[in-house]
Design a protein around this ligand. Structure first.
Ligand code: URA
Length: 250
């Protein structure tokens, strides 16, 4: 995959687009041994050698992984008590570029399972977790109380409208945005799609409706579905198509 030279250098921390353009026009940047001159030149970081002020850049490709998170592991880099999701990754992700840059796109509670994305792509993370992004996340939810037809109608309406969620501990109250519920064959199991990511959000939403979540699993994010061949704790790289899907603008 190719990208503009000024974009590549900007991501590598050589300054703003303007700074980078100036550097390129001043002949300080060589691509495959020749002065680039054009900041818009398309380069392939897997093939082209980019040299700035006589030093060859090491350009690492971003990493994108999906894991089926198991219960009883925490979404943190370190935890004194529990294993972390990072400890489930192979050695190749425990050193160098990966160790320094790999992070999660959104976290899941210790008792939540399902789709967890690891990446080194900070820009994508920033975009997807920004409150303005409205990134849809779908959860499979098992409820304590089964729903009859009246309750289903009531839930559907309230979830579509949004409603008041009381504070929890230090977490502030809020009014949840419109969400979409899909009922299944079983009266105590639903899919819920939300576009926010507040602390304990799904659990707090159902608690506010007078029910309780007894099992929670994230099954998709921004249209990217959890690969159901992944056992709990297993992970794999995303394909190029999956990265594109996850990165799409809504
Ligand atoms: N909502 C929750 O309550 N918990 C999660 O882990 C994710 C969404």
């Amino acid at each position: 995959m190719t990208d503009r030279l000024d974009k590549i250098l900007g991501h590598k921390g050589f300054g703003t687009r303007k700074d980078v353009r100036r550097m390129v026009r001043a002949g300080r940047v060589l691509v495959n041994g020749e002065a680039a001159n054009d900041p818009g030149l398309h380069c392939d970081i897997d093939r082209d050698e980019i040299c700035v002020d006589g030093e060859i850049l090491s350009l690492e490709k971003n990493i994108y992984l999906m894991m089926n998170k198991p219960q009883n592991v925490v979404c943190a880099n370190k935890d004194g008590l529990h294993s972390t999701v990072f400890s489930l990754l192979d050695d190749e992700y425990q050193t160098g570029f990966a160790l320094e840059n790999l992070h999660l796109i959104g976290r899941l509670d210790i008792d939540t399972e399902g789709l967890l994305i690891f990446t080194t792509d900070g820009k994508l993370t920033h975009r997807l977790i920004s409150p303005k992004s409205n990134c849809p996340k779908t959860y499979f939810v098992r409820l304590e109380k089964a729903l009859d037809e009246n309750l289903k109608k009531e839930y559907e309406k309230k979830l579509e409208q949004g409603f008041y969620i009381p504070p929890e501990g230090n977490e502030a109250e809020f009014t949840c945005l419109s969400s979409k519920v899909e009922f299944t064959q079983k009266d105590d199991e639903v899919f819920l799609t939300i576009v926010e990511g507040k602390f304990h959000q799904v659990k707090r939403m159902f608690a506010a409706l007078g029910n309780a979540v007894i099992y929670l699993k994230r099954v998709s994010m921004n249209g990217l579905k959890l690969d159901d061949s992944l056992e709990c704790g297993q992970y794999r790289k995303l394909t190029a198509e999956e990265v594109e899907l996850l990165s799409r603008d809504l």
